[in-house]
Design a protein around this ligand. Structure first.
Ligand code: CMC
Length: 434
């Protein structure tokens, strides 16, 4: 007997089925043959929130949540963070290999060349209220790019896809910086093509009246590392949206807007902003035990803790902790770090968190660094969306090239009313439901 099979006995019919097991999974479509009668639809799988269902095969990112391992295209995240720039990592995610010197130069040239925005995007941004959340502005404006690039609809044309990838990776920092400047009432600062990707982003955010903005190299490098850590994370909520929207053959700007909208939620990328608000709410170290008590009583969540996949320390959180020290040498120490460290110490020794395998995730420390670098909490999720765009695009491209993928369309289990009829109205009165 082939041991890579699963034998199932359907007790409703006594029928026996042998299902192949491939890559540690059965195909739920193989369940469909299990019927109680010829007109029975066949057995389905029920898995709300995809707790145990793989929606695709992917060669981009590997996570072992129990061991705390994260790799992009086989490379450990720790090595990429130490030796590579964000643009090299973005290239790796999108192309499968790190770029050689010539590839890197061409990739960097293309990204630098596409950083400008159409002037009408500025007018579009001007329409937002002065206190509009920059994440809302980003979602709207990245979607609006679709109207400027109708060629993006040629999703099956490789050359067109490549151009849209250049544009999206290049323009996200510009959109993000403009959203920030708008919320501050500051004039927009244009890209400076002499600078690296993250240096230029700092330039567009913080340039004031100086002729040439000179970013602090240590901060630009810290941002590069943070961007590398956030670039992809396999089938998370926003990547799943990117694939689902893209599976309808929607163009990549609109698909990215959908993915960014998913990222905005406090359970996903919005958690970094929520962590800062939580630390503000706790106020001082002495209040931590009371706060933990509230978490255990179910009054609130410990933001920045827990993960669907990691049941061990998130390896990104460890790298961020080290990066924090380098940033603080330039900016001075953010006092919130000490509170976060204390919170972590108490939580990791508490039975509630130990039993549930709740550890700090990527968002626990990132906000503290961003705040020290001069960002306000509203910008934190925007800072997540910029690098994650490379991951979304890699997921989108892989989905389009996967012959097994079709429009994403889950089944449901209908639990509503059976057939019923609208009560016939009396002449001269309105119809009403029975
Ligand atoms: N604080 C307190 N309890 C928690 C937390 C938390 N942060 N996270 C999970 N739990 C508890 C949860 O109440 C449940 O307890 P019980 O078994 O008694 O009902 C148990 O742990 C399992 O949690 P779950 O909700 O079934 O886990 P999930 O996989 O559905 O949720 C999560 C994962 C990330 C949404 C969740 O841990 C959470 O809400 N964390 C806080 C928000 C956060 O930090 N999000 C950032 C995630 S990392 C970056 C990203 O992917 O965007």
């Amino acid at each position: 007997m082939n041991i890579n099979t699963l034998t199932v006995i359907d007790n409703r019919t006594d029928a026996t089925y042998t299902l192949p097991i491939e890559n540690g999974a059965i195909r739920t479509m193989d369940l469909r043959q299990m019927k109680t009668s010829p007109d029975d639809f066949g057995l389905m799988g029920y898995d709300p929130a995809f707790m145990n269902t793989a929606s695709c095969k992917s060669a981009i990112t590997f996570i072992d949540g129990d061991k705390g391992i994260l790799r992009y295209r086989g490379y450990p995240i720790e090595e990429l963070a130490e030796h590579c720039s964000f643009l090299e990592v973005a290239y790796l995610l999108l192309h499968g290999e790190l770029p050689n010197k010539t590839e890197n130069e061409e990739w960097t040239r293309q990204i630098t060349y596409h950083t400008m925005l159409h002037e009408s995007i500025k007018k579009f941004m001007d329409g937002f209220a002065y206190d509009a959340h920059p994440m809302g502005i980003l979602v709207a404006t990245v979607g609006a790019l679709s109207t400027f690039y109708p060629d993006a609809r040629n999703i099956h044309d490789e050359a067109s896809r490549r151009t849209q990838i250049y544009r999206l990776v290049a323009k996200m920092p510009t959109l993000a910086a403009f959203a920030y400047r708008h919320s501050r009432g500051l004039p927009y600062a244009y890209p400076d093509n002499d600078l690296t990707y993250t240096q230029n982003f700092l330039n567009m955010l913080f340039k004031m009246t100086e002729v040439k903005y000179r970013p602090e190299p240590a901060l630009a490098r810290a941002l590069d590392v943070l961007f590398i850590l956030h670039a992809d994370h396999e089938q998370n909520a926003s990547a799943n949206v990117m694939r689902a929207v893209g599976s309808a053959h929607t163009d990549p700007y609109l698909s990215t807007a959908g993915a960014a909208a998913a990222l905005a939620g406090p359970l996903h990328g919005g958690a970094n902003e929520a962590v800062l608000r939580m630390l503000d709410q706790i106020g001082k170290k002495e209040n931590i035990p009371d706060y933990i008590k509230g978490v255990k009583e179910g009054k609130y969540k410990l933001m920045g803790f827990g993960h669907r996949v990691y049941k061990n320390y998130d390896p990104r959180a460890q790298i961020i902790k080290n990066t924090a020290e380098q940033v603080f040498q330039v900016t001075g120490r953010n006092p919130k770090l000490d509170m976060a460290l204390e919170l972590e110490k108490i939580a990791l020794n508490d039975d509630y968190f130990v039993k549930r395998k709740l550890y700090p995730n990527v968002d626990f420390y990132s906000g503290i660094i961003y705040q020290a670098m001069g960002f306000n909490p509203q910008m934190f999720t925007v800072l997540f969306a910029i690098p994650r765009t490379a991951g979304w695009l890699a997921q989108w491209q892989e989905m389009l090239q996967d012959g097994e993928q079709k429009i994403s369309r889950p089944r449901q289990i209908y639990v509503g009313y059976g057939m019923r009829q609208v009560e016939q109205p009396e002449p001269g009165t309105k119809a009403k439901a029975a």
